[in-house]
Design a protein around this ligand. Sequence first.
Ligand code: NDP
Ligand code: GFR
Length: 313
Amino acid sequence: MGVKSRVLVVGGTGYIGKRMVKASLAQGHTTFVLQRPEIGLDIDKLQMLLSFKELGAKLIEGSFSDHQSLVKAVKQVDVVICTMSGVHFRSHNLMLQLKLVEAIKDAGNVKRFLPSEFGVDPARMAHALEPGRVTFDEKMIVRKAIEDAGIPFTYVSANCFAGYFVGNLSQMGTLLPARDKVCLYGDGNVKAVYMDEDDIATFTIKSINDPRTLNKTVYLRPPENIISQRELVGIWEQLIGKELEKFSISAEDLLAPMKGLDFAGQVGIGHFYHIFFEGCLTNFEIGEGGVEASKLYPEVKYTRVHEYLQRYL
Ligand code: NDP
Ligand code: GFR
């Protein structure tokens, strides 16, 4: 809201984390990034941290295995954003956030904490399928710890990262768009919400010191990006000037191979089922505890799906 804050990003070299760092700097906040000693010889992470420093960020050393180092880090800032990895094929450490909550509680100075969410609203997923439900259950455990500690928060429900859901026309097991045939979930008409990850970071940083988002869930639901998988495929067909052969998979057939897959694969199938058969991203009205980002920040020119798809041509 124009006011500048001191922001610490924890998980700042991650897929969404690096975008948070850049958005925080771009919006003029004094931006800190946690530099974990455990990254060791991970040269990509180290070089990225150094590049953030060149952009004006400050690096703060801290480790999840050293409580005092976390307390010291959060004492230097007003806002903490955590982008800890979730449950997928990369790594899964959401519960580590409980250590960060403890540090924020002990430090006592943090004005807003944004835990690692950035997807489906976990508060609406008590019915989620095993084993993917673990993503949502763990995020709810972290929320409870935050609220029990009386830490001011903002939760961000970012819906579908375009990199995981737009580039592949929402097909599982690939990150690239089909050019001949495509599988639709059921009739393909269930509405989802697709977000460019840079916009997720932009909206998130806009929310960090906005009184309207204090102790609220911010839903990213920009109207032009609320589309069905069939509409997504249609946009791609327009771009490539070719109609794709379409076939349909039923919910039963999507779920059938679940047992034979590894944990990450089972989690993924569950998420795709809830999103594209149940419509969990759009089958509810935003209530009292929530606000919608594109309404709060109409000045953000968010990337439309057809613009995002240009990179795959
Ligand atoms: P990443 O897999 O990129 O990991 C992010 C960061 O987590 C890493 O960079 C690292 O921080 C930190 N981390 C991982 N393991 C450890 C550990 N053992 N100790 C300390 N820190 C660790 O995460 P994503 O960006 O993919 O996911 C972030 C959030 O976004 C999750 O909540 C996830 O559920 C959600 N998400 C949502 C999607 C959607 O479509 N809506 C898609 C993908 C993710 P460091 O930088 O310090 O090394
Ligand atoms: C939409 O909200 C979420 C989406 C969320 O709250 C948490 C995680 C996700 C993503 C996961 C990110 O890694 O949904 C599925 C999963 C990504 C994934 C994509 C998993 C398996 C796949 O085969 C896949 O193909 C693109």
